[in-house]
Design a protein around this ligand. Structure first.
Ligand code: HEM
Length: 183
């Protein structure tokens, strides 16, 4: 019980690491699949993975946001300066926004382009947007720009997490790391 006050709960940790693994697979898959000269079979497999796992990831992200909104984060260490708390809050909010923007624009790009999303099609889920080439291309551009913003923010996020884990050892890392429990 004492752990509850200083660390995220098990559900929050599981959702965090599921999303982390998902994003770290989606980004390279996305970057590789749009390259010219890729063998057709590999490109098809990457698109299949990217679109369908992307939809599953979106559902996990929604669950995660609902969980986070209803379960407050444990407090940060009291010695952490105010500017660092502010940067952490703003960057976490931006990460959540991008975690929604990415799958939504990916979905719009694919559906407005008239392409399949095999898992949704198999389940009989209809497309939620009409075919529209210009709209699909606009969604594709937002998807690409947001991907690079996400990559930048993730680099910051992972860098800060490792800094807390290896150098400061102030308990911030172990709030989210499921193994152990103390720094
Ligand atoms: C968190 C989820 C997602 C991440 C992190 C992500 C990431 C990426 C990245 C890095 C690219 C390469 C951008 C470029 O250089 O053009 C890309 C491309 C693409 N993604 Fe995603 N994506 C996500 C979700 C989705 C979803 C849910 C779909 C569709 C259902 C999707 C469909 C596409 C498509 C079709 C492209 C190729 C862009 C184009 O040809 O216009 N993505 N994605």
């Amino acid at each position: 019980m004492a752990d509850r006050a200083t660390r995220y709960g098990t559900t929050a940790q599981v959702l965090h690491w599921l999303v982390a693994i998902g994003i770290l697979l989606m980004i390279p898959a996305g970057l590789i699949m749009v390259r010219d000269g890729l063998p057709r079979a590999l490109q098809d497999a990457l698109f299949l993975f990217h679109k369908n796992i992307g939809v599953v990831l979106f559902l996990i992200v929604v669950l995660r946001i609902v969980w986070r909104a209803t379960h407050p984060a444990p407090p940060l260490p009291p010695q952490m300066p105010a500017w660092q708390r502010r940067i952490a809050a703003v960057s976490h909010l931006a990460l959540y926004v991008l975690l929604v923007v990415m799958p939504v624009t990916g979905y719009l790009r694919v559906r407005a382009g008239g392409y399949p999303i095999e898992a949704l099609d198999a389940l009989g889920v209809p497309a939620m947007v009409a075919r529209n080439k210009a709209f699909g291309e606009a969604a594709s551009q937002v998807h690409e720009v947001a991907a690079f913003l996400l990559i930048g923010l993730l680099a910051m996020h992972i860098g800060a997490a490792l800094h807390h884990a290896l150098i400061r050892r102030d308990g911030v890392w172990s709030r989210m790391w499921p193994i152990g429990g103390r720094d």
